[in-house]
Ligand binder design. Structure first.
Ligand code: PLP
Length: 444
């Protein structure tokens, strides 16, 4: 590395104070592992940012990108390409069948930005422009998508915008129910509150939600929640946007999380697993009625790199890999072991307040007082730069060769979907040891 670290000195690290950023240099990655500059290997138990669904170093995807680079790496988005047709055809076979037209962007943020613009354009004749989201959500980092975002990241830049068209409502989150109710006696008060808000606001164009909330805690909804939201949105002439940036592409044990609930959204967004993170590509897929609307109305959206052939080549090969390796079957087979391992952590460790999972998508929530469900840290602690217990747990895991993504007071466990039983057991062995650190901090 020498005297300077040019990355630390000259580039930003995201969502962090810049001072004292001392990044670990990674030089290679293969399968479920990555390797640092000293040669030390780490088991990736979070698929980096819950995106490397197919693991690292996948030869078929790499070859596909190389081949496309030689054929045609870029052409303006108004031209057709073979790869654009190929990916669109493949997506038609895996997306909910009402979603017939696609916009390809570069990131999840862009996919959601496109989704809300599309919703507002489609609803403009009815003068509906408001978008409702939930407080425990993350939908992206640009000003529009950040207004959708319910978590603290919005608050860091919030007041810059007069964004009265964006509203957030109390979320579905049974473990921390904002209405202090218990499922099922609650009668889905969260969904009814959403309907109340829609009716009283009047001009709501769309509701956006993560079918399974990701970063903010892998919150798996009760089975009636999403169907009820679908019913409410339909009855009130409001579009439903499913943000599947993190949950899409087999993560939850279905191609898309909405499939678990037999719900067909009007718009579905995705990114991350779409290419298995081999290239930055996102998807905004819309229902046929919305697609048809734009036949005679201007689609007022675009990017220089929309439908970028090089990125699409990664998606095409990734979709083949999901299918050929029968990743869905593997996730379904591994899910019971995964859930068992998470629950064993809860049984054993007094600092584990709750564990939640679906497919190979899980969270371990750390509490200093589990009877009162008090987390070790809050969003305000994170904003204030206070040390977080969850980071000490992850640090131990890193020292012992396991990478884990952390958030305020929980770990996100979401390994590559190709993980073997042995690798999963190795990963959980280290997580188990690491949780002794948080156990020591539990309130006596
Ligand atoms: C549910 C969800 N939506 C949107 C985003 C934003 O995606 P990106 O970081 O690719 O812009 C994320 C990123 O983590 C996400 O988890």
């Amino acid at each position: 590395m020498g005297k300077h670290n040019y990355s630390a000195e000259n580039t930003f690290v995201t969502w962090s104070r810049q001072k004292n950023w001392n990044p670990l240099k990674v030089i290679s990655a293969d399968g479920c592992y990555f390797t640092d500059a000293t040669g030390k290997k780490y088991l990736d138990m979070s698929s980096q940012l819950m995106c490397s669904n197919l693991g690292h170093g996948n030869k078929k995807i790499i070859e596909a990108i190389k081949k496309q680079a030689e054929i045609l790496p870029y052409i303006a988005p108004s031209f057709d390409t073979d790869i654009r047709e190929e990916v669109s055809m493949k997506l038609r076979t895996i997306l909910p069948d009402n979603l017939t037209k696609y916009f390809y962007g570069n990131a999840g943020t862009e996919a959601n930005e496109a989704a809300i613009k599309i919703a507002r354009m489609y609803m403009s004749d009815k003068k509906k422009n408001k978008i409702i989201s939930f407080y425990n959500s993350y939908h992206g980092s640009t000003l529009g998508s950040l207004q959708l975002t319910g978590d603290f990241r919005r608050r860091l830049v919030d007041s810059y915008e007069n964004a009265s068209e964006f509203l957030r409502v109390a979320p579905q989150f049974c473990y921390h129910c904002p209405f202090n109710l218990k499922y099922p006696e609650c009668n889905l008060a969260c969904a009814e509150n959403l309907e109340y808000t829609i009716k009283n606001e009047g001009n709501v164009a769309a509701v956006i939600l993560e079918p399974v909330t990701g970063t903010n805690g892998v919150v798996v909804p009760p089975k009636e929640f999403l169907p009820r939201v679908r019913e409410i949105t339909r009855e009130n002439d409001v579009l439903l946007i499913a943000d599947e940036v993190m949950t899409g592409f087999c993560r939850t044990g279905e191609w898309f999380a909405v499939n678990h609930y037999n719900v067909k959204p009007d718009i579905l967004t995705s990114a991350k697993g779409l290419t298995g993170a081999y290239a930055p590509l996102s998807l905004t897929a819309v229902d046929k009625k919305i697609a048809d609307f734009f036949d005679d109305n201007i689609f007022a959206h675009g990017h220089t790199y929309e439908a970028h052939p090089l990125m699409l080549s990664a998606a095409s090969a990734a979709i083949d890999e999901y299918k050929e390796r029968n990743i869905l079957k593997h996730v379904k087979e591994m899910a019971p072991l995964f859930s068992l391992k998470l629950n064993a952590l809860k049984e054993k460790h007094p600092s584990v307040g709750d564990v939640r999972s679906i497919g190979l998508f899980g969270a371990v929530e750390l509490n200093k007082n589990r009877d009162k469900k008090i987390p070790f840290s809050t969003a305000d602690d994170k904003i204030a730069g206070k040390p977080l217990i969850v980071n000490s747990v992850a640090k131990y895991a890193m020292e012992h060769g396991v990478y884990l993504n952390t958030w305020i007071s929980h770990l996100i466990v979401a390994p590559p979907l190709i993980i073997t039983r042995e690798e999963l057991e190795d990963g959980f062995r280290v997580i188990d040891e690491a949780l002794n650190i948080s156990d020591k901090e539990v309130e006596k």
